[in-house]
Design a protein around this ligand. Structure first.
Ligand code: GSH
Length: 206
């Protein structure tokens, strides 16, 4: 497998999952914003595999994935013995998927809104008032998160899964963007970031 990524972007999730899964992979660092091929995010070569010029991109044989959530599930399914996805329990799998979609559509969305309106969008498309709205939306999603987690150490069941990778990474993103993150959620992030696979991932992207 080949993973194209950049620093502590959403690529971190896929890279962490590859490390947890113990799969063979090659990591290719993308030059963000560069038009120079083959590894500039805006180069024709990279845009041919990821038409939006975004990271991450995962290539597995003839399969190309451009969504970090789908990558987590694909990697988790490739290493069933690691139990990163609850494949054989219908109810648990539904809870896991419900959580993934919640993080991607509600918890992460205000973080990306913040990033887009501070630096990612072309300047003429940025709306400064969106920053306040994003902070308000994150606080709302964080309250819903507490309700879903109910103080548990893991998102689903009694062990670590790819949903924990997604949540811990997203909380870290919120903290780096200086969103107010509740203490117990930062403790949850810190606990999972101590895992050897997360520590190894940090060294790869730094
Ligand atoms: N939904 C995609 C989003 C990917 C994405 O937006 N990545 C950011 C970096 S974290 C990016 O490459 N942004 C560049 C851009 O928007 O032009 C995913 O979850 O993988």
């Amino acid at each position: 497998m080949k993973l194209y990524g950049f620093s502590q972007s959403r690529s971190f999730r896929a890279l962490w999952a590859l490390e947890e899964a113990g799969l063979d992979y090659e990591y290719i660092a993308i030059n963000f914003g560069s038009e120079d091929g083959p590894h500039g995010s805006r180069s024709p070569e990279y845009m041919a595999i990821n038409p939006q010029g975004k990271v991450p991109t995962l290539i597995d044989g003839s399969l190309t994935l451009t969504e970090s959530g789908a990558m987590l599930n694909h990697i988790a399914r490739k290493a069933p013995e690691k139990k990163l996805i609850p494949l054989h329990d219908e109810e648990m799998l539904a809870r896991y998927e419900n959580f993934l979609f919640f993080v991607l559509s509600d918890l992460e969305q205000p973080l990306w809104t913040n990033g887009k309106h501070r630096f990612a969008l072309p300047e003429e498309q940025r709306v400064p008032q969106m920053l306040e709205t994003a902070t308000w939306e994150f606080a709302k999603a964080q309250r819903a998160l507490h309700h879903q987690l109910e103080g548990r150490k893991f998102v689903v069941g009694d062990h670590f899964s790819a949903a924990d990778i997604l949540l811990a990474h997203t909380l870290n993103w919120a903290d780096r963007f200086k969103f107010p993150v509740d203490k117990e959620l930062l403790e949850y992030r810190d606990t999972h970031f101590q895992r050897p696979a997360a520590q190894k991932t940090l060294t790869i992207v730094s």
